[in-house]
Design a protein around this ligand. Structure first.
Ligand SMILES: [Fe+2]
Length: 309
């Protein structure tokens, strides 16, 4: 259940309304680095959370705070759009394209569609489509996704801070940037509780004995012959998880050239395709890895999820 409070989480003040800045602010609402993204990401992670209850509570409470940030930024957009109709008129009416670009630089839909209000879109007017919501069911994987969200979000916030001279807007950003600092810290704290880097690789519930260990900690160089591989922390010494030694190897083709079967008649490929070509194995793959040979995958998934045999 959710409750509302008519007040903002932090004061939002605009000293000099600027419709172009309102358009820039949209990125922090509906952009992939924005507040809708983090709110929805934390909510879906919380609603699907299994295991210790404290992580569900943590996610729920921060998701709810992110709604307050959407509210603050939407208020900032609306305040920046006050008096925006004259700017649109001047931009549309001006003969000089440079003046049009300057005065008409605002999102026309801020006038046409909303009459001076925020929209769930990014700075280019593209609606937020939820495809950047990560909620994997693995708490550690989700924490890394959350850190990516908060780091790119804080980066965007600092750019928006840089883009304005408005004291009210700068004050708002100084608060939101501080909250991004804390959110980076709290997700990192969860990772520390989960064992930190020593708990890598994710998921740690998959037995590492089942992976081809000779490939687990090798940096595969794909540069042309004669070019030295890039050297760094990743090339020598113990791995981050402490389970191996970094080294590099020249990437080698371990498989064969793929040869697909001839096209099926009902695919209506060209006659030359239907009649020519090698028409080789129905399920090419590496013969010493029969599990890669295709078939039965969906049955396997179904059995795992339903507990069937
Ligand atoms: Fe936020």
């Amino acid at each position: 259940m959710f409750y509302t409070d008519g007040r903002l989480q932090y004061p939002v003040r605009v000293d000099s309304p600027n419709p172009l800045y309102a358009k820039m602010l949209q990125q922090a609402i509906g952009g992939i680095e924005g507040e809708i993204r983090v709110a929805m990401q934390y909510f879906f992670q919380a609603w699907g959370a299994r295991g210790p209850k404290k992580y569900r509570d943590l996610l729920l409470q921060t998701a709810t705070e992110e709604l307050a940030h959407i509210e603050m930024l939407s208020t900032a957009v609306a305040l920046n759009l006050e008096g925006s109709k004259p700017a649109v008129e001047k931009g549309v009416g001006a003969k000089n394209p440079a003046i049009q670009a300057m005065l008409g630089g605002q999102d026309p839909r801020h006038y046409l569609s909303t009459g001076a209000a925020a929209m769930p879109t990014d700075a280019n007017g593209v609606p937020f489509d939820m495809s950047h919501i990560y909620a994997s069911g693995n708490l550690a994987a989700d924490m890394y996704a959350n850190i990516a969200a908060e780091t790119t979000g804080r980066l965007l916030a600092t750019r928006l801070y840089e883009l304005t001279d408005d004291p009210g807007m700068k004050d708002m950003w100084s608060f939101l940037i501080a909250r991004d600092t804390m959110h980076q810290q709290q997700w990192l704290a969860v990772l520390e509780e989960l064992g930190g880097p020593q708990a890598l690789p994710i998921p740690n519930s998959f037995p590492q004995g089942q992976e081809k260990s000779e490939f687990s900690y090798a940096f595969l160089t794909t540069g042309v012959e004669g070019i030295a591989p890039p050297e760094g922390r990743w090339s020598t010494g113990p791995t981050i998880d402490g389970r191996g030694e970094f080294h590099h190897e020249i990437a080698q083709p371990l498989g064969e050239e793929p040869v697909l079967s001839s096209p099926a008649e009902v695919s209506f490929a060209q006659n030359e395709q239907l009649q020519g070509g090698p028409g080789a194995s129905p399920h090419s793959g590496n013969p010493d890895q029969p599990e890669q040979m295709g078939g039965g995958t969906m049955d396997k998934v179904k059995d795992k999820l339903t507990g069937g045999s």
